[in-house]
Design a protein around this ligand. Structure first.
Ligand SMILES: Cc1ncc(COP(=O)(O)O)c(C=O)c1O
Length: 408
């Protein structure tokens, strides 16, 4: 990495675009909240594994397997750096969903425990708690949101009490982009002796996220969104003194010190969460992706995404276009919309057909949020650092054309 006077010299938008092969197809990719395209250095890191040391990890002594183990383990440190954690606090997962499920399944629940989440959660941070409600006698309390899809502290304060075992909230809503006050929510959780899990699926890699500053016990994130890592990767941050409370989801090969016929001694965390052959190329790719994001600079990514989002928000001035969620001050790089009298899937299909613009349509795995907005779905555009102002302007123009010709 190049450095200048101690400061990292960030990768430019031109550099990053040149690094992402998928963008060369000419697509205007505004579906970054779903998953992001992969830069060549990340692909190269995975290709390097496949072509030079394609062996299993933690299971042998020949040089290729040692190299694979070293590269696999090194990724923990690279991920940890992005969120200001320690390498030994990082558990590899296949996505954010698995990370949340590890917490839901891994804590020892008592009947009457309370989980406080919000009505804005992604299904991945809702359904695991619903199962606990059915199966373990846990009470799930969902904090209501304002019409702008923000969570007010007073509402959390009303929901959290001494029976609350865990408070969880998505940092940034994938459905409408609202950013929640997680530092303050974390304090409310702590003041009541509750654990705090942050769903950082839409914030890590997009805006600065520091686990110490947030004061969370757990943080779930995908590798394949803001971090520009490969699909099939993610991680769970576990504050080091919380591992005692958390059982691994899977047990099996690769995580034992010794095994008898009816008993076993397992290795220590975080490796105890790696039962079975893990996604070795994916984890190595994710490690490289974290370095790549650092080479750009998360602050720089946040600043640019904010500018692009401001530009996207110009659609709120278009007749027959409804935009959901908060003002720019409280919004990440996500804009959710409908065109009057036009189904959201049709809007997305037209953007694709007319201008090769990729946006997602549907309920965005956040059906309660959609219900809250009184719609069954939206079209959603979401940016990353590599998007161009011209791309966003084209999106605004084409959406205006669609609204003029078909809306109303
Ligand atoms: C807020 C939020 N939470 C959780 C998830 C689940 O992430 P993954 O697909 O990596 O499991 C997503 C995915 O879009 C999300 O946006």
């Amino acid at each position: 990495m190049r450095r200048s006077g101690g400061n990292r010299v960030g990768k430019s938008v031109v550099d990053v675009r040149a690094d992402i092969p998928f963008l060369k197809t000419g697509i205007i990719y505004l579906d970054n909240a779903s998953t992001t395209p992969t830069p060549q250095p990340v692909i190269d890191a995975m290709l390097g594994y496949f072509s030079e040391y394609s062996a299993n990890v933690g299971r042998g002594l020949y040089r290729a397997t040692c190299r694979a183990t070293e590269a696999f383990e090194a990724a923990r440190g690279k991920i940890a750096r992005v969120i200001n954690a320690k390498p030994e606090e990082i558990v590899y997962t296949k996505n954010a969903t698995e990370a949340i499920n590890i917490v839901a399944r891994g804590l020892k629940w008592r009947k009457g425990d309370k989980v406080v989440a919000t009505v804005l959660e992604h299904h991945s941070n809702l359904i695991p708690w619903q199962r606990l409600e059915r199966a373990a006698g846990v009470k799930l309390n969902l904090v209501p949101a304002t019409p702008d899809c923000l969570i007010e502290l007073a509402a959390v304060e009303r929901a959290v009490d001494k029976k609350t075992r865990l408070v969880t909230v998505s940092h940034v809503s994938n459905a409408v982009g609202s950013i929640q006050p997680i530092v303050e929510i974390g304090k409310l959780a702590r003041d009541n002796g509750a654990l705090f899990l942050v769903d950082a699926a839409q914030s890590v890699g997009h805006i600065p996220v520091g686990v110490k500053r947030i004061g969370c016990d757990f943080l779930a994130a995908p590798g394949h969104k803001g971090l520009l890592g490969p699909q099939g990767t993610g991680f769970l941050y576990v504050r080091e003194d919380r591992f005692d409370e958390l059982e691994p989801l899977l047990l099996g090969g690769g995580i034992v010190e010794s095994v008898e016929e009816h008993s076993c001694k397992l290795v220590a965390p975080p490796q105890v969460f790696d039962a079975g052959t893990p996604n070795i190329p994916g984890v190595i790719g994710l490690g490289r992706a974290c370095e790549y994001v650092e080479e750009i600079g998360v602050e720089k990514i946040a600043e640019r995404e904010r500018r692009l989002t401001e530009l996207m928000m110009e659609i709120s001035g278009i007749e027959h276009v409804q935009v959901y969620g908060p003002d720019i001050e409280h919004r990440g790089g996500v804009v959710s919309l409908n065109v009057d009298n036009l189904e959201h899937h049709k809007v997305a299909a037209m953007l694709d057909e007319i201008a090769n613009i990729a946006v997602r349509s549907g309920h965005h795995c956040a059906a309660p949020t959609m219900r809250r907005l009184g719609v069954d779905g939206t079209a959603r555009a979401s940016v990353h650092y590599f998007n161009l102002e011209e791309e966003v302007e084209r999106f605004v123009d084409v959406l205006g054309q669609i609204a003029r010709d078909f809306g109303g």
